[in-house]
Design a protein around this ligand. Sequence first.
Ligand code: EPS
Length: 389
Amino acid sequence: MFRFTTAGESHGRMLVAIVEGLPAGLACDVELINRELARRQWGYGRGGRMKIERDRAEIVSGVRHGQTLGSPVALLLENRDWANWTDVMATEARDVAPERARRVKRPRPGHADLAGGQKFGARDLRDVLERASARETAARVACGALAKQLLTAFDVEIRSHVVQLGGVPECPLEISWAEIAAIPDDAPLRCADTDAQARMCALIDETKRAGDTLGGIFEVVAQGVVPGLGAHTSWDAKLDGRLAQALMSIPAVKAVAIGAGVEAVSLPGSQVHDEIFYDDAAHAFTRETNRAGGLEGGITNGAELRVRGFLKPISTLRRPLRSVDIDTKQEEAAAFERSDVTAVPAAGVIGEAMVALTLAAAMREKFGGDSLIEMRRNYDGYCEQLRNY
Ligand code: EPS
């Protein structure tokens, strides 16, 4: 079974991740992981924390001489900010003077603070927020980079871009794969429309001055996905459902759409479904449109996979919303230490990781094999079967 897990608090010593179920014999390059980590840190509108962190992964098991062994791959990522939190976040019992303990007792509306505090009986909301923090997504991106390396071996490429930020532009952008692929790595918001991007940046500046935050929509696109991943046979086998859960688990994501999922609800069926054609020369079924976003009946159909994540604005506001002190039960302003104005481009990179991990799991289920050679043989046999269908 392909699966991954992460551990680590935002200001704790480090993040830890384990990826299980990669086949043996996969070339594994730590610099590709580090490149993904750097992409996640990038983006106009990030706050002070990203000036401190320089995320890099260390592979400590499951890889030998640059190749996977088929055993669990363990990764470590240091929190550089830990140096400023050694007392507050110490794992062993430690006496910390109350004025230095940085206890949090004014929950932020929209964050996990209050619901998590109530659930776990935490009298210091830091016990909740440290793990609820989006810092954890750095570990997911590292895991996703390994999944991407597996997918690359099968010519699957995954990219993301920002299609709307803070309501700019009014209609979310529709962008081709070629245009997405051409977005430069240093684009401030990983947006293909430079005019819209400039307006988004101006809105971020204005919102920062107002002490407020912004949400938006990112899209993840996967190219080269073979038809037949996922299954219509049971609710939890449907790949659209699995992708939705994967994207919905990213902090601040409040909705997920596949293909034209949101716009389609107000159109007649004749304008939504992608008609089917056959290309004799290529021995392949083709479509002229892809409103289904590459998924029909919970199964990939060979078209580009397109999924969107809709983020609410970040819930830590410099000009805080009203809240209640959990001790006194009196009205107080919500806690604020520091915050990003927006993290939509970063969420897109996390979305890429979550899509990669979900596709890698589906590929491992379908093609199995203990080694990459065995997996590829099964994959090639299936592609031959498709050509003869
Ligand atoms: C986050 C708050 C900020 C963000 C953080 C997520 O961190 P801090 O509390 O240290 O200022 O920068 O994101 C990251 C650390 C990261 O790596 O993305 C939150 O409360 O969710």
